[in-house]
Design a protein around this ligand. Structure first.
Ligand SMILES: NC(=O)c1ccc[n+]([C@@H]2O[C@H](COP(=O)([O-])OP(=O)(O)OC[C@H]3O[C@@H](n4cnc5c(N)ncnc54)[C@H](O)[C@@H]3O)[C@@H](O)[C@H]2O)c1
Ligand SMILES: [Zn+2]
Ligand SMILES: [Zn+2]
Length: 370
């Protein structure tokens, strides 16, 4: 079978739209027709070289679509099922899956290689194998993915909206709810309001935070944050620090969440300086994994018992959290429609990323045409 897809051949190159050969699903795999794919900053890291994958790779890891065929042994899914993809596969049996930490599943080891769990590839071009970002490759009309990466949802849901529940929503929401363990009455600082941070705002508000302080240099982002649950918004970290001191009688924020596009030392130092004694900083945004990029004063952590921790997929369990977020959306508690600033065709993928880099989008979404 053939599929059109947006691929990256190397760092600093734009996405290229090509026609690829796609194999049939093998054991434990499914053929999916993607209907929508979100433009998350993580794919931009691959293009820009902040994070280097195995090239060439089909981009896209936030996706939703319809199952068209299933391989041998697949029992949870059947043709016609509507699914949201998890950008991390869940095997269900490894140490992490079996102890309620399936976001850390061992099968996630090859998300930047993009092969399927058996170590082989289903996308090919002139005899060359291509992986899919996060073992998905949602910037493609179709893909063959592991059943461990697909969560069935009700067929009456708008896939072009719930697609955000494949990455941005659970990552941001879970960073507030699971990783930061926001409690009623908390003061939460959130640095960076993109597709991830806006959902940290929603998560903190839903968890009962008294003050949700959104920090972003861009006015359109601050406005979006205030519409979706932020009680305050600030242009700079310094302004946020002063405001939080005032709001908490000099105690500091209970937790801070970092969801900026590229994490640097300044934002982490600012967050650590803004939390209270015993407070927590959650780092969700990514940066070059091969470089040392933050520097902190250890005594500040020791004497004030501050915690700095990372969070992957919002520190939740994809097969539990994705259906839960769908229910929150259906109940009207979690907003998705309001997060999508603009939609694009597959051919407009580079324009979509340029709009993200220019700060125009809370989230851009590709609608795949069939
Ligand atoms: N940990 C995970 O599981 C996970 C999952 C998905 C994405 N991510 C990462 O999360 C990050 C955010 O992704 P996104 O798609 O929301 O990106 P985005 O580019 O849409 O949004 C980033 C926002 O941060 C703002 N910003 C940049 N520097 C800032 C600063 N110093 N202070 C305050 N705001 C600042 C920008 O103006 C922008 O609004 C990326 O690094 C992405 O790779 C992590
Ligand atoms: Zn993502
Ligand atoms: Zn596992």
């Amino acid at each position: 079978m053939k599929t059109r897809a947006a691929i990256l051949r190397d760092v600093h190159q734009p996405f290229e739209i090509v026609e690829l050969d796609l194999d049939e699903p093998k054991a434990g795999e499914v053929l999916i027709r993607f209907t929508a794919a979100g433009l998350c900053h993580s794919d931009e890291h691959l293009r820009h070289g902040d994070i280097v994958p195995r090239f060439p790779i089909v981009g896209g890891h936030e996706g939703a679509g319809v199952i068209e065929a299933v391989g041998p042994g697949v029992t949870r899914l059947q043709p016609g099922d509507h699914v949201i993809c998890s950008f991390l596969p869940v095997c269900g049996h490894c140490r992490w899956c079996s102890t309620g930490h399936s976001n850390l599943c061992d099968q996630g080891a090859t998300i930047l290689d993009g092969c399927l769990p058996d170590g082989t590839y289903r996308f090919h071009s002139d005899g060359e194998d291509l992986g899919g970002m996060c073992m998905l490759g949602t910037f493609s009309e179709r893909a063959v993915i592991s059943e461990n990466s697909a969560i069935k949802v009700d067929s009456d849901l708008p896939l072009e909206k719930v697609v955000l529940i494949g990455c941005g929503v659970p990552t941001g929401w879970g960073s507030s709810v699971h990783a930061a363990a926001t409690e009623p009455g908390d003061t939460i600082a959130i640095y960076g309001i993109g597709g991830i941070g806006i959902n940290s705002v929603q998560g903190a508000a839903l968890a009962g935070a008294r003050n949700v302080v959104a920090i972003d240099p861009l006015p359109n982002k601050r406005e979006a944050a205030e519409q979706l649950g932020a009680t305050h918004s600030c242009e700079t970290a310094e302004e946020a620090h002063d405001l939080i001191q005032q709001l908490t009688n000099g105690v500091g924020a209970d937790k801070a969440i970092i969801t900026v596009g590229v994490v640097d030392s300044a934002v982490v130092s600012n967050a650590v300086g803004t939390i209270r004694k015993g407070g927590t900083v959650v780092i969700t945004g990514l940066a070059d994994p091969t470089k040392t990029n933050i520097e902190l004063n250890s005594a500040m952590l020791t004497l004030f018992e501050k915690t700095v921790k990372g969070s992957l997929f919002g520190s939740g369990d994809p097969f539990h959290d994705i259906p839960k977020m769908v229910e929150l959306y259906q109940a009207g508690d979690l907003k998705l429609d309001e997060l999508i600033t603009k939609t694009y065709t597959l051919d407009e993928v580079n324009e979509g990323y340029q709009d993200m880099l220019d700060g125009k989008n809370v989230r851009g979404v590709i609608l795949l045409e069939h």
